[in-house]
Design a protein around this ligand. Structure first.
Ligand code: PBG
Length: 329
């Protein structure tokens, strides 16, 4: 559309002519505080372990995690979300709620180190802790058993809150998980601990590198029965409505870039904070392209983060959180 009286010279174009004008008129802003860094902490290692499919991302020792958390606070990001990798896995994922389990020890240390400076989120799932790699308990027939899993999630939520998590983020996609966790937290005097529900979580090929990072690949079958089917969009709104009815304080869409339509629809539909998780495969594919010199890394990363914000997410979980925050300063 042209504006004013000079034909062919559009209004938008006049407002684009200098970086300062573009900055002033930008409709979407991206700030360090919008970003949350996912981190992996592994039991029984002396040195951080690189993750081959996620260049630049490591499995932390408790000490290297503390250092990384300080750097993250320094960079001004909004928070961290923690994933633990225990050395011992079993059928019920005992290490997820063990007070001396790696992730709970790490939460305690970070809370002691940083207080309330960063929002410490605990991902709540069993797949990193079970020997079969599923997000819930499994019946002898090999079926993920929804309701008994809820009791496990309740116990894990309490352990994480006790360890110092500011936010509990259930990602296992069991039905009724938010209600079960809310009830458990309230019953343990954690009425003030919010739940960020991974509400619309798709069964995605983009989680591949994460399964190397968190060592939680299913040993049989896949997650297609409990995670959402990629062709479905209306279902995301039903999942979100259900989680809000059960007491979720904020909701998440995951992955991010292939599901921006879902981010936009969810953001339009709800009046709670919306997060989007830019997952491991999104990170890996852009890193691979950048390593080949096929895209300008910084420009492409910031463009994806801006796009996710533009679609309607207030918060973006991204492995680039700290680096992007430094670029944005
Ligand atoms: C655990 C969980 C997964 C991710 C976050 N929480 C993996 C999965 O569902 O298989 C993926 C994150 C990523 O790929 O970066 N349920």
């Amino acid at each position: 559309m042209s504006g004013g009286s000079s034909p062919g010279f559009a209004r938008g174009r006049r407002l684009r002519s200098t970086p300062a004008l573009r900055r002033l008129t930008a409709q979407t802003r991206l700030a360090p505080a919008d970003l949350v860094l996912p981190v992996f902490v592994k039991e029984g290692i002396d040195e951080p372990q690189p993750i081959s499919s996620m260049p630049g991302v490591v499995q932390h020792t408790t000490d290297s995690l503390r250092k990384a958390a300080h750097e993250a606070a320094e960079a001004g990001i909004g928070g961290l979300i923690l994933f633990g990798i225990p050395s011992e896995k079993d059928a019920v994922g005992s290490q997820a709620d063990a007070a001396d389990g790696t992730v709970n020890v790490a939460l305690q240390q970070l809370r002691a180190d940083l207080g309330d400076e960063l929002v410490l989120m605990a991902d709540l799932c069993l797949c990193e802790y079970t020997d079969h790699g599923h997000c819930g308990l499994v019946t002898p027939a090999g079926v993920v058993d929804n309701d008994p899993t809820l009791d496990r999630y309740a116990a894990v939520a309490i352990a994480q809150a006790q360890a110092g998590a500011h936010v509990i983020a259930p990602s296992g996609m069991m039905d009724g998980q938010v209600a079960a966790i809310r009830r458990a937290l309230d019953g343990a005097a954690f009425q003030e601990t919010p739940i960020l529900a991974y509400a619309a979580k798709y069964a995605s090929g983009f989680y591949g590198p994460f399964r190397e990072a968190a060592e939680g690949a299913p040993q049989f079958g896949d997650r297609s029965t409990y995670q959402m089917d990629p062709p479905n969009a209306d279902e995301a709104l039903r999942e979100v409505a259900q989680d809000l009815a059960e007491g979720a304080d904020a909701v998440m869409v995951k992955p991010a870039l292939p599901y921006l339509d879902i981010v936009a629809r969810v953001a339009d539909a709800v009046d709670v904070p919306v997060s989007a998780y830019q997952v491991s495969g999104e990170y890996a594919m852009l890193e691979a392209a950048a390593a080949n010199g096929w895209v300008d890394r910084q420009r492409a990363v910031l463009e994806t983060l801006t796009a996710i914000r533009r679609a309607g997410a207030g918060t973006v979980l991204t492995y680039w959180a700290v680096e992007a925050a430094r670029w944005l300063r």
